[in-house]
Design a protein around this ligand. Sequence first.
Ligand code: ATP
Length: 217
Amino acid sequence: MLQCDDLTFHYDRQDPGETPDFSFTFELAPGQCLSIQGPSGSGKSTLLNMLAGFLEPSGGTLAWSEESLLTKPPWERGMTTVFQEHNLFEHLPVWANIGLGLAANLRLSEAQRERIRQGLEEVGLGGLQDRLPGELSGGQRRRVALLRALLRKPRVLLLDEPFSGLDYANREVLWGLVKRQQQEGVAVLLVSHDPEDIQALADRCYQLEEGRLVASG
Ligand SMILES: Nc1ncnc2c1ncn2[C@@H]1O[C@H](COP(=O)(O)OP(=O)(O)OP(=O)(O)O)[C@@H](O)[C@H]1O
């Protein structure tokens, strides 16, 4: 269970009165999906960055099953983020982009190579492992980015608008992938403004208002 209690942040360089002090409280059980909606500037990235370990909170606690995560670096938190801009390495082929999530030096075992091959089959990209990202469509690139995150077997998957701009067929494929992970116990935090994404995946919905998470369904 991910427990986030009064996790706070204050931007030093803010214009007085414009940006609220952020304070986030929620729990997320294995296999659950919690969605977060909020207008531009409401603090969604601030929350994700604190969870992932890229931004140091000024107070509060963050724990997985009672064990504090705040002292851990990003790579030891068991969390993986998939951003809207999915940051594939353009000079590396698909298999290497995915493999980087498994071994930073790309010295992959045969079993890891097989997992990549199988994963690509499952998301409808079988046989495309040697292509460069620039040779893929937008939807195919998203699948590669999501597959890279999923093969790392995170405890918590942080999704930042990962489906926006995709057609329905592509989104369905990706929803299916995420749901399968949920069934295997992965907890998902989904930032999305799209009611269809939220309907497809979320068990609980929150709205970000004035720096706080407010339950909305
Ligand atoms: N480095 C910074 N210094 C000062 N203020 C910042 C900084 N980064 C973000 N902010 C402010 O903090 C608030 C929350 O920003 P954040 O990026 O978390 O919003 P968001 O909900 O992710 O927005 P968007 O949907 O546009 O990406 C905004 O008002 C923003 O202007």
